[in-house]
Design a protein around this ligand. Structure first.
Ligand code: ATP
Ligand code: MG
Length: 870
């Protein structure tokens, strides 16, 4: 069965069991501070498990893109070495949110695997949770009894907390789980060692394919467990592993998910898969990593120097490094695999197909820049090798290479071993640990449990219509971090405060109680669908009502910038072309930033056209047409633009200003006229094929022009209030150029005259024409004079000195024949005499200079010069 059909079959099986099929959520998470990437199918549904939102259908099925490269689940170092762990993989899942539980989950999993997919029952093992004393949990006999109905008891294994108790993080929903393992070894091998002894023993042919999680507890901040009011089912099956089983192969990389990519790598690199283990690992690493990187970019996460972007950069660099070392690829090639990937997966994941060109460009540029880093690193490493006495390179040196220049440590180790040198690995690891400790200390934080004041109040957002409200506090908690100190997070029954999201900053403002006590709200954010207000202190009277008030001025300026962002998007697409895709935006009160795909720098004309386009719409006084809670299909049909990497619900909000229609949750002006004016302040590149525009509107534009005006008058004042300031400035510039030329000519003349004088001052000592003298010339002047004299006089030894702005300079000239015949060396002379002026320098045997900070020493240096010829 082809992989596409396997995926489709899984989804349709659960669809028949009344599950709604939903698309994979983007991999990069936006409103979850505890997680950077989706690392399990459940991550996009956390709000349902936490009870912060209700799904439309209590039964859902999907194939979710997951990335396990950081945090609690990190498989990166395994990838390539084994045959069944990936960085990016698809997790097939079926979900019950407070609907069916263990009975159905187990029955359906069994039916699908053994009847629909026809997997031999004798290949399967299952596991149940054995219990845990510390947590006060008994064995999961409920699951055990259900499994007994389907599978013989000797195939039901028990497992500990590590394997059979799923937790999404340190806190939150969790519960026991049942894993399903499959043994795909040959009959002979099975006869030698029974499969049950190999379950969870890292055997490449006895692997876990499906995990059924029974969410029934909530883990609190103090580590204790409480029962959840609603019990949920969360299952996750590794799609690539399922394909391995159903296609009768022994490795995920031998399924049709990977074989086309591997073939392409073989063609490009001229290497053969399955001949040499080192080459095989490299090929698997690259085949895997290109998927992770390509999908991340398509989901809007570009490689960068921080956060999620840095994780992506590191994955790509790992691939480049394996290609560089084991496949001898010294030029970019990974980007060339995107084409095959698109042919294979573009249908199921349209975000990749639509952005193929962009993905290729970004990967290619990243490859190029890292290959340059590797080149530089090799030079630095060679220098380290030359400087190393003994046979070991210190950990500190290797760490510097790794930390400052991004040079991978395993490559350092490899190159050193080729040169018969050792690497002090313990020393390196110590440095690495120190760095980790430093950054952990800097980002340390703790989150307390919620204190609930009012139960069951669903928080409502009223900020599209109101900026003030009378509210009640429903719950709060304390969070502490090194960065922000102690803060409180407050949740109200309703709120006009807009939480940071869709690029727009969170609202600020204050709350006030009936006694006039005021607490400032410093920021507003959304976390797993709950709106959280940040304060530095807790209000005094927690249980009485509050008036909450949004900072209107900041909100208004932010709204001007948000609406302008939509108009800018529209302008770019109509002026530059529809290849322009939004790649990120930041809407602040003071400015807006907009990143978009486009291949070249915008010309002055294009920038002016874009500004005019937006300003024309501002002058056109276009009213806002806002539609809330309309079906997504309806909005798209009306021409609304949606963004890749954004998670939309079934119903959406559309924001329209004339021809500009976008799906958007942000706040906007009521009429474009409110924006007053739009001005681009900068345009530049952020990555290959991605440009960034920064712009301002309303009050900021007024400030911008009045500041420019002030500058202009100040400059005009300096030009004696000339009627035509530009002309006056040009005149000044011309005058300046001609004066410079005159000075140069004068200095040349002066040097010529000096030469004549100096010639007469030469004294002959031991057949050498000698002169040591302080001159009133700059460094270039000294050199000119010395060389001119050298051209006319043979056997010359000159030491000149000069003083300039408190600094001393020595310069020594020795005729080449003297260098050869008498073994004199100007470099040595200035080094030795340099100590009198407290400085140093060097150069060539016939000409050298030294600078120093003690002009007082010049006299002595000149006096000492004689000893070289005497
Ligand atoms: P393993 O012990 O094999 O690492 P796991 O216990 O980490 O698996 P779960 O977190 O339960 O796995 O994830 C559910 C399913 O997702 C697994 O049964 C497996 O089929 C699949 N899976 C997990 N990690 C990976 C990975 N890195 N690459 C591919 N598939 C994976
Ligand atoms: Mg794992």
């Amino acid at each position: 069965m082809k992989s596409q059909d396997i995926r489709a079959k899984f989804l349709s099986f659960f669809e028949e069991k009344q599950h709604s099929i939903v698309p994979s959520a983007p991999m990069v998470l936006k409103d979850d501070p505890t997680l950077m990437f989706v690392n399990a199918g459940m991550a996009p549904f956390k709000e349902y498990f936490l009870g912060n939102a209700e799904p439309k259908n209590k039964r859902i099925t999907d194939s979710q893109k997951c990335l396990r490269v950081s945090g609690k689940h990190n498989d990166l170092e395994e990838v390539g070495y084994d045959t069944y762990h990936h960085t990016l993989f698809e997790m097939l899942g079926n979900w019950s949110f407070g609907d069916y539980f263990k009975e159905e989950a187990i029955a359906w999993a069994w039916e699908l695997l053994t009847e629909v997919f026809g997997i031999d029952k004798d290949m399967l093992y299952v596991s149940v949770f054995e219990g845990n004393k510390e947590d006060g949990l008994e064995m999961d006999t409920e699951a055990f009894d259900i499994w007994k109905k389907y599978i013989s008891e000797d195939r039901i294994l028990t497992g500990d907390k590590k394997d059979n108790f799923w937790e999404m993080g340190d806190q939150g929903p969790c519960g026991p789980c049942s894993e399903i393992h499959v043994d795909i070894r040959s009959a002979e091998e099975k006869a030698k060692v029974p499969g049950k002894d190999l379950v969870n023993q890292d055997h490449p042919q006895v692997v876990e394919i499906w995990n059924l999680v029974f969410m029934q507890y909530n883990r609190k901040a103090n580590g204790s467990l409480e029962s959840l009011p609603n019990k949920h089912i969360d299952t996750g099956m590794g799609f690539e592993r399922l394909c391995m089983v159903l296609q009768g192969v022994q490795s995920n990389y031998d399924t049709d998910v990977f074989t086309p990519i591997i073939k392409e790598i073989e063609t490009i690199t001229n290497k053969t898969y399955r001949k040499d283990e080192k080459v095989d690992v490299a090929i698997r690493v690259i085949a895997d990593h290109v998927r992770a990187v390509a999908f991340s970019i398509a989901d809007g996460q570009l490689p960068s120097n921080t956060g999620a972007g840095y994780v992506i950069r590191r994955i790509l660099r790992r691939a480049v490094r394996y290609g560089f070392t084991f496949l001898d690829k010294k030029e970019p090639f990974i980007y060339r695999l995107v084409d095959v990937l698109d042919k294979k997966m573009g249908k199921a994941f349209p975000e990749l197909k639509a952005q193929k060109q962009l993905v290729e460009n970004v990967i290619k540029e990243e490859e190029q820049s890292f290959l340059r880093t590797l080149d530089q690193g090799l030079v630095l490493l060679n220098r380290i090798v030359e400087e190393t006495k003994g046979d070991t390179v210190t950990g500190a040196k290797a760490f510097e290479l790794y930390d400052t220049y991004g040079f991978p440590i395993d490559l350092t180790a490899l190159i050193l071993s080729e040169k018969d040198l050792k690497l002090d690995e313990a020393g390196f690891n110590e440095e690495l640990q120190k760095q980790k400790d430093r950054s952990r200390a800097a980002s340390e934080s703790s989150t307390g449990d919620w204190t609930t004041l009012i139960e069951d109040d669903v928080e409502e957002f009223i900020g599209y219509d109101a900026l003030q409200a009378n509210v009640k506090l429903t719950r709060y908690r304390k969070v502490s971090s090194k960065k922000d100190g102690d803060m409180y997070q407050l949740v109200f029954n309703l709120t006009p405060f807009y939480p940071e999201g869709g690029g727009q900053v969170g609202d600020k403002g204050y709350l006030e109680d009936a006694y006039g006590d005021v607490v400032y709200i410093l920021n507003t954010k959304k976390e797993n669908n709950v709106i959280i207000h940040f304060t530095e202190t807790l209000p005094k009277h927690l249980n009485e009502g509050f008036k909450v008030v949004v900072d209107e001025k900041q909100r208004h300026r932010t709204e001007c910038n948000h609406t302008a962002t939509h108009l800018l998007h529209q302008a770019l697409r109509s002026i530059l072309g529809t290849h322009v895709e939004q790649k990120g935006s930041a809407v602040h009160s003071k400015y807006l930033r907009f990143d978009f795909s486009h291949f070249s720098k915008l010309t002055e004309d294009e920038i002016r056209d874009v500004e005019s386009f937006v300003n024309a719409r501002i002058n056109g006084k276009i009213p806002l047409v806002e539609k809330r809670n309309i079906p997504k299909e309806e909005a798209i049909a009306a021409g609304a633009m949606s963004l890749f990497g954004e998670k939309y619900g079934d119903t959406v909000r559309s924001i329209q200003f004339g021809q500009s229609i976008e799906l958007c949750g942000g706040t906007h002006v009521k009429n474009t006229a409110d924006i007053w004016h739009f001005k681009i302040v900068s345009e530049g590149a952020v990555a290959a094929g991605i440009r960034r525009i920064e712009a301002i509107t309303s009050d900021a534009v007024k400030d911008f022009y009045s500041e420019n005006n002030r500058l202009f008058f100040e400059m005009k004042g300096l030009l004696n209030n000339a009627k035509e300031p530009i002309k006056a400035l040009q005149n000044l510039q011309e005058e300046n150029t001609s004066l410079k030329k005159q000075i140069e000519a004068l200095l040349k003349d002066k040097a010529k005259n000096i030469k004549g004088d100096l010639k007469s001052e030469l004294t002959e000592i031991n057949g050498i024409q000698f002169l040591a003298k302080k001159l009133d010339l700059d460094a270039a002047g000294l050199k000119d004079v010395a060389f001119e004299l050298g051209g006319e006089v043979e056997n010359l030894f000159l030491l000149f000195a000069t003083e300039n702005e408190g600094k001393a300079l020595l310069s020594c000239y020795i005729s080449k024949d003297l260098v050869a015949s008498k073994g004199l060396n100007a470099g040595q002379v200035v080094r030795e005499l340099g100590k009198f002026i407290q400085g140093g320098g060097g150069g060539q045997p016939f000409f050298a200079t030294a600078g120093g900070k003690n002009p007082e020493g010049i006299t002595q240096a000149l006096a000492e010069a004689k000893k070289y010829v005497g």
